[in-house]
Structures are given as structure tokens and as C-alpha cells.
Design a binder for this molecule. Structure first.
Ligand SMILES: Nc1ncnc2c1ncn2[C@@H]1O[C@H](COP(=O)(O)OP(=O)(O)OP(=O)(O)O)[C@@H](O)[C@H]1O
Ligand SMILES: [Mg+2]
Length: 397
């Protein structure tokens, strides 16, 4: 075997250990290399940046790194930077002194102090505002920080693992993410491929999720037929492993007692995400149910186009008919100017776009049973944006 490849494979036993201790499955070459990397970086203090689409396993890998490190007896603090409102993120991370802002009735330690001696996992780091990034860089460089409203420099010994599903290089180019922080975090990066690019992991994952779920819930499940496995391997899995796990668990609950074939399985999958169009189409689904599911898929697919369109209208309005002689084509007009120059027709259009957005958000919240984290993922927006929209539209969530 080529020496380079040999170096990238996990040592005998590591794969078994990662499976036994963390339930981490990985048969594909991509996952094998990640497992080897976990083993290499875990015992060091080096910062790690984990990059991967939603549901690919960023958190489980961060946990594995912490648990395999010398810091494992100390805390692992998990912070979702996207879910904490911008205004309070800094005080959540670094703490605050009494009276440093309205509502700061007492001193409060931040997550960095809580994680002292251990690891902090900064999830959705791409959502961190620039001023907080400056403070984070300082901690990374010298372990030093100040509580909000405080004058004393404090020191901590914390290892940082960060994760993102955004293209941080692009964010750096756009001036939304500091390049010095990016290079510092990126000392070691772990790119987790989406599930659709590592199909050999699908069967072992399905078997593991089915076994675990049946054992925990005392369910007897007769398994999947070969054509069902083929269908699972020929699906886009836009929600990656999390989506796979949810589908398997739903199938087990609703189809117990049966061996599940591709016809039954298709009821749990989005038709638009099935790659093999040759596979048979299910016939037992009610027309109403099929139509509803299709509607939701189409609406969600439209979401991106809608927000782009909305942005285009609000930020770069082309000269409206009424003022075409007054506004130059090359200069976008501001939001306030736009409000003045819209015709009634334009207003109606914007209203209906807003309504569509509101409806999408409402549907996503309904679909996720009110779980904002899940709803934000479904809509592919940050949790913070979702909270803002809920407030903006005064939705009852
Ligand atoms: N390699 C794997 N083996 C077994 N289970 C996995 C693996 N990767 C992920 N999972 C499971 O998939 C689910 C999603 O994983 P995780 O929460 O780590 O993803 P994530 O990338 O952090 O997602 P998000 O971006 O949405 O926060 C979890 O239930 C996790 O246990
Ligand atoms: Mg996560």
C-alpha cells in the first residue's frame, strides 16, 4: 500500500473505539481519513475548524476530539453562535461585570471561563459578529480576555474547536469574517463530505440507527429489502445524516412488522431528491397527501429565489416606471427612496412576497413542531434570522 495512504488510515482499533464510544460510523475513504485526523489532532491543543453541511456530524466529531484529548476530564462547552442574539453573544462568551449594561444585575462568568482547562465548541462560527471576532482572536493568541464592563485581563486555558456550514473563505473575501481569525482557526481543518458523496456509509449507518432505535424502544423491525437499500443509496440526503436518522426512525415506527421495500420507503422521501428516476413510483399515497408534500418541497425550493428577489427589490431597485427619467440606471436607490417611488402595483407585489415568506416560515415551524432550530435548518437560514422574522411577523412561536 502507498505510504501516504497508509498514514491517512486510522490505526487498527481507532475505528472500533470511535464506534464503541461515540457511535461514529465511517466506512468511506473520506470518513476513514477523518478518523485518522481525529486521532492525530485530539491529544494536541491545536485549534480545529470543522466544515460541513448541516447534519454531517460536526458536533459528534467535536465531541470525539474532546473525549480523546487530555482535557476530557474537564468541561466541553458547546456554544451555537448563530442562536445567541448578537447583542449578548460577547457577554455570554466572556462574561460581564455587575452593572456593565442594563439588566446586568450581577457578575456572570462567560463560557470561556466555564470551559477553563477543557474545550469550547463554537458552532456556526460564521455567524459571529466582527467585534466579537476580535476578542476571540485575542483569546486564541494568548488565552487573554476581559469580561464585558471589566478592566482586568483574565487568562484561560481553553482549546477551541469551531464549526461552520458556510464558506468562510468567501465570508473573508466579503469582509464578514476576519482573515487573521480564519487562518488562526484553520490551523487544522476537517472537511466532512456530504452523505451523498460517501454512499458506502449509508448501509452501516442505516443498520446502526435501526438497531439502536429498535433496542431503545423495544420494537421488532424486519429490516429493508435490497431495493430499499438501493433507494437509500440513491437519495440526495440534503439534511445528511440527521435526515437519514429521522427517516429510518419514522419508517420503523410506522412500518413495524413489515420488511420495508422501495415502494413503502418512497412515502418517506422527497420525490425531487430521488436520484434514480427509474425506480417505481408509489401508488398507495393519497393524492391529497402527495400534493401537500409536493407543495412544501416546491415552496422550500422557492425560498432562496424569493429572498434573492426580495433583496433585489429592496436594495437595488431598478428605476420604477413613474421615475424612470429621474433615477439613473447605474445607481441603486435606497430602501427609503424605494418606498416613496413604488407604485401601488409594486406594493402589492412586495406584500405578496412578504406573505409568501411569512407562510414559508409558518410552515417550517409547523413541520418542525415549533422547534426553531429545526425550522431554521429547513429554511436554510440562521436561527437568529428566524427569531428576527418571528418577531417581525408576530408569529405565535
Ligand atoms: N459518522 C456518524 N456516525 C454515526 N452517527 C452520526 C455520524 N455523523 C453524524 N451522526 C449523527 O447524525 C446526527 C447529526 O449529527 P451532528 O449533530 O453532529 O451534525 P452537525 O453537522 O453538527 O449538524 P448541524 O449543522 O445541523 O448542527 C446526530 O444524531 C449524530 O449522532
Ligand atoms: Mg451541530
Amino acid at each position: 500500500m502507498n505510504r501516504d495512504i497508509q498514514q491517512q488510515l486510522p490505526k487498527p482499533g481507532i475505528k472500533h473505539e470511535l464506534l464503541q464510544k461515540f457511535g461514529l460510523i465511517g466506512e468511506s475513504d473520506g470518513m476513514q481519513q477523518i478518523m485518522a485526523k481525529i486521532e492525530q489532532v485530539a491529544p494536541t491543543n491545536i485549534s480545529v475548524l470543522i466544515i460541513g453541511e448541516s447534519g454531517t456530524g460536526k458536533e459528534i466529531i467535536a465531541r470525539a476530539i474532546h473525549e480523546k484529548s487530555l482535557r476530557k476530564e474537564n468541561p466541553l462547552v458547546i456554544v451555537n453562535c448563530g442562536a445567541i442574539p448578537e447583542g449578548i453573544l460577547e457577554s455570554e462568551l466572556f462574561g460581564h461585570e455587575k452593572g456593565s449594561f442594563t439588566g446586568a444585575v450581577g457578575m456572570r462568568k462567560g463560557y470561556f471561563e466555564t470551559a477553563n482547562g477543557g474545550t469550547i465548541f463554537l458552532d456556526e462560527i460564521g455567524e459571529m459578529p466582527l467585534n466579537t471576532q476580535v476578542k476571540l482572536l485575542r483569546v486564541l493568541e494568548g488565552g487573554e480576555f476581559m469580561r464585558v464592563g471589566g478592566n482586568d485581563t483574565r487568562k484561560v486555558d481553553v482549546r477551541v474547536i469551531a464549526a461552520t456550514n458556510r464558506n468562510l473563505e468567501k465570508a473573508v473575501q466579503n469582509g464578514e469574517f476576519r482573515h487573521d481569525l480564519y487562518y488562526r482557526l484553520n490551523a487544522v481543518s476537517i472537511h466532512i463530505p456530504p452523505l451523498r458523496e460517501r454512499r458506502s456509509d449509508i448501509r452501516p449507518l442505516v443498520k446502526k440507527f435501526a438497531d439502536d432505535f429498535c433496542r431503545q424502544n423495544h420494537i421488532e423491525f424486519k429490516g429493508f429489502t435490497e431495493d430499499a437499500f438501493l433507494l437509500l443509496e440513491n437519495y440526495l440526503w440534503q439534511g445528511n445524516i440527521r435526515e437519514l436518522k429521522n427517516v429510518i426512525e419514522s419508517v420503523i415506527v410506522l412500518e413495524k412488522g413489515n420488511q420495508v421495500d422501495s415502494h413503502q420507503l418512497k412515502h418517506y422521501l422527497k420525490p425531487s431528491a430521488i436520484l434514480d428516476r427509474q425506480l417505481p413510483v408509489p401508488t398507495s399515497k393519497s393524492a391529497e397527501q402527495a400534493e401537500r408534500e409536493l407543495m412544501i418541497t416546491v415552496l422550500l425550493d422557492l425560498k432562496n429565489e424569493i429572498s434573492q428577489l426580495r433583496e433585489l427589490i429592496l436594495k437595488h431597485v431598478y428605476p420604477p416606471k413613474r421615475l424612470s427619467g429621474l433615477v439613473s440606471n447605474s445607481h441603486p436607490i435606497s430602501y427609503h427612496q424605494a418606498e416613496e417611488v413604488f407604485t401601488d402595483e409594486d406594493d402589492a407585489e412586495i406584500n405578496s412576497i412578504t406573505q409568501m415568506e411569512q407562510e414559508l416560515i409558518q410552515r417550517a415551524l409547523e413541520k418542525s413542531g415549533g422547534n426553531k432550530r429545526k425550522a431554521a435548518k429547513l429554511l436554510e437560514i440562521s436561527e437568529r434570522t428566524l427569531y428576527r422574522k418571528i418577531k417581525e411577523y408576530d408569529l405565535p412561536y
